[in-house]
Design a protein around this ligand. Structure first.
Ligand SMILES: [Zn+2]
Length: 150
């Protein structure tokens, strides 16, 4: 069917867009959902890159903070800073960075996060974020236990 609008003949459009929604003849909205999926995928990629950027910035800060500390205390200082900034080599961080397929903790908790090893893990001592900031005895005990593991 040909429809004429003034001098022009209007062309048939298989997937017209109306108010931002891509329509189709059957109204299954498959084309619209595919476009939406692609849009969300791109935005998720951007968010993932921004999250990695934050982690990179924290790592650079840690490297700067760790520069020139005495060698004998380096491991402890590194572990303490990793715990403070939550960027240690925990199961979930390794899995996020695709360095490991398994995010589980050795205590068999499904996901080993920094918060888990700070306060929920049965394998080692507990420590609060405040302890880490104060670098008190609880933080020292925690650091001695986890420094070679994270
Ligand atoms: Zn655990």
């Amino acid at each position: 069917m040909k429809i004429k609008w003034d001098p022009k003949i209007l062309e048939n459009c298989k997937y017209p867009v109306y108010l931002g929604v891509t329509l189709d003849r059957t109204l299954y909205f498959k084309k619209h959902t595919n476009k939406l999926k692609e849009k969300l995928f791109n935005r998720n990629n951007l968010l993932r890159k921004l999250a990695n950027l934050k982690q990179t910035a924290l790592t650079l800060c840690n490297l700067t903070a760790e520069y020139c500390i005495p060698v004998w205390a380096r491991k402890d200082w590194v572990a303490l800073n990793r715990a403070r900034t939550k960027v240690g080599r925990t199961g979930d961080n390794l899995a996020d960075g695709r360095l490991s397929d398994n995010a589980a903790c050795l205590c068999e908790k499904q996901t080993q996060t920094m918060d888990h090893i700070l306060q929920g893990c049965t394998l080692g001592p507990s420590c609060s974020n405040e302890d880490l900031l104060e670098a008190n005895d609880a933080a020292l005990q925690w650091t001695l236990w986890w420094r070679d593991k994270i």
